[in-house]
Design a protein around this ligand. Structure first.
Ligand code: FAD
Ligand code: 2HG
Ligand code: ZN
Length: 474
């Protein structure tokens, strides 16, 4: 079955589950071993429904020592595993490829501590991002990251993918805001780097290795995160512009005029708008434009921030950079505007098959590739949609067809990767490599860098049981 699905991938020489293994896990995790085929589907299939594994078992530990026991046993038995959080990953990294055992963090959802003065929260890796943010909201704090999948993704999954999201522009990447990580290695050894210090230069910063390594070096069990104060005033504007040059000018102008209160600068094109209008019945609050920009400000003084935003809009319109725009008047309007941007990924799934690319490019090149691709694909596809984190130089480029079409894929790849590589961009800005993109690493990393990664993988996981077939190229 599996070799038909993934002809280019061979199952590694791992053991297969025996009755004895099942007994061991059932004793270790009473009532927390799933084996019923009807329950396994949700863990075997990814969010995009394009990767399907064939795991026969899901383990749901509650504690770090249970994770350590599981991994020690699996390592000795040569049983492959895949760590799974909310299963919202977009590169097929969170589901098994063959029959790997799924270790889910669903029940590792305890908040361990919060220091309200420093804003440092320590929690288990299975806490849902939105749950953490709601908990912090009651204490005038917030999580330093936000993304469309917030209602399902786990903080451990966010850390393991180094998720970027909608506010990276303001609060930086998780490499900065994660202060500590506790992880379990394949051997079952617990690496406790769960520091809650802003500054700690004692030796190598090991926690960084677990941030963005997609479950290939260890299983993250707890994290310590620096959380900013929740802003008192938030404003959102949705603007229409005629072309990408105007979008760049808008970004430059708002960086200058909104400065320290700018908290997001996102863009989406008219094709993205059409997608969510047709597939999700959402409404465009302004007239149709080739491109739209979402600007969010977050500050401590409502009327002061509003004035700044209004002065910026007057300037942008006065200069003819921005053609039209609306400012959200209340929380509901704010959420509706954010919904337009956050729900494009969901809207795309309704078209059928979705070819998804997540690339970093120098800003002046960001839209050139979209126009080039549109010409290249012509009428062979349902849509060519682009949107993303303008402020971070991160383009989300998506193509859809009613069903998987090999010819269309051949037109997109490797062309898009070569294009990206030529301008020294990244073939994965924020989603990681997972199963789908691991062999693309060479477009963004030198051979020596890849060699170092292979050595690190061997050091951390000599038997290769942790998330095999992912991230590290064949
Ligand atoms: P999963 O999908 O379960 O896992 C992701 C990877 O991490 C897998 O390789 C898995 O093995 C590994 N992993 C999970 N938990 C652990 C753990 N405890 N220890 C070790 N490894 C682990 N990403 C962005 O960067 N920015 C966005 O704006 C963004 N928006 C999104 C919007 C939508 C609607 C969706 C569906 C996805 C979006 N993503 C975005 C993708 C993104 O990577 C995730 O949503 C999120 O970070 C993954 O968290 P998760 O808990 O679902 O992890
Ligand atoms: C986003 O920013 C996510 O909305 C998803 O990273 C991107 O669907 C995509 O291509
Ligand atoms: Zn994104």
């Amino acid at each position: 079955l599996t070799s038909v699905r993934y002809p280019h991938v061979q199952r590694g020489k791992y053991a297969t589950l025996t009755e004895k293994d099942v007994d061991f896990f059932q004793k270790l995790l009473p009532q927390r071993v799933l084996q019923d085929p009807s329950e396994l589907d949700g863990y075997n299939i990814d969010w995009m429904r394009t990767v399907r594994g064939n795991s026969q078992m899901v383990l749901r530990p509650k504690t770090t020592s249970e994770v350590a026991e599981i991994l020690k046993y699996c390592n000795e038995r040569h049983l492959a595993v895949v760590p799974q959080g909310g299963n919202t990953g977009l590169v097929g990294g969170s589901v098994p490829v063959f029959d790997e055992i799924v270790i889910s963090t669903q029940l590792m959802n305890q908040i361990i501590s919060l220091d309200e003065v420093s804003g440092i929260i320590v929690c288990q890796s299975g806490c849902v991002l939105e749950t953490l943010d709601n908990y912090l909201a009651e204490r005038e704090l917030m999580m330093p990251l936000d993304l469309g999948a917030k209602g399902s993704c786990h903080i451990g999954g966010n850390v393991s993918t180094n998720a970027g999201g909608l506010r990276l522009l303001r609060y930086g990447s998780l490499h900065g805001s994660v202060l500590g990580v506790e992880a379990v290695l394949a051997s079952g050894e617990i690496v406790d780097c769960l520091s809650s210090l802003r500054k700690d230069n004692t030796g190598y910063d090991l926690k960084q290795l677990f941030i963005g390594s997609e479950g290939t070096l260890g299983m993250v069990t707890s994290v310590s995160i620096l959380c900013p104060r929740r802003p008192k005033a938030v404003n959102v504007a949705f603007l229409g512009v005629e072309n990408f040059e105007a979008a760049l000018q808008t970004f430059q102008l708002c960086k200058g005029m909104l400065a320290e209160i700018l908290s997001a600068c996102e863009f989406m094109d008219q094709e993205s708008m059409q997608c969510i209008q047709e597939n999700l019945k959402l409404t465009n609050p302004i007239k149709s434009y080739p491109l739209y920009i979402l600007i969010e400000t977050s500050g401590s003084h409502g009327s002061h921030d509003e004035e700044k935003l209004n002065v910026f809009l007057e300037a942008a319109m006065g200069k003819g950079i921005v053609q039209d725009g609306t400012i959200a008047m209340d929380v509901t309007q704010r959420q509706n505007i954010w919904g337009l941007r956050e729900r494009i990924a969901e809207g795309l799934l309704h078209d059928g098959y979705n070819y998804k690319y997540d690339i970093s490019l120098p800003l002046p090149k960001l839209y050139e590739i979209v126009e080039d691709m549109r010409q290249r694909l012509g009428s062979k596809v349902t849509r060519v949609v682009s949107y993303g984190h303008l402020g971070d130089g991160n383009l989300h480029f998506n193509v859809t067809t009613p069903e998987y079409d090999k010819e269309v894929l051949g037109l997109i790849e490797p062309y898009i990767y070569e294009w990206t590589s030529q301008v020294r961009g990244s073939v994965s800005a924020e989603h990681g490599l997972g199963f789908k993109k691991r062999d693309c690493i060479r477009y963004s990393k030198e051979p020596n860098a890849v060699k170092m990664m292979v050595k690190m993988k061997k050091l951390f996981d000599p038997n290769g049981i942790l998330n095999p077939y992912k991230t590290i190229p064949l």
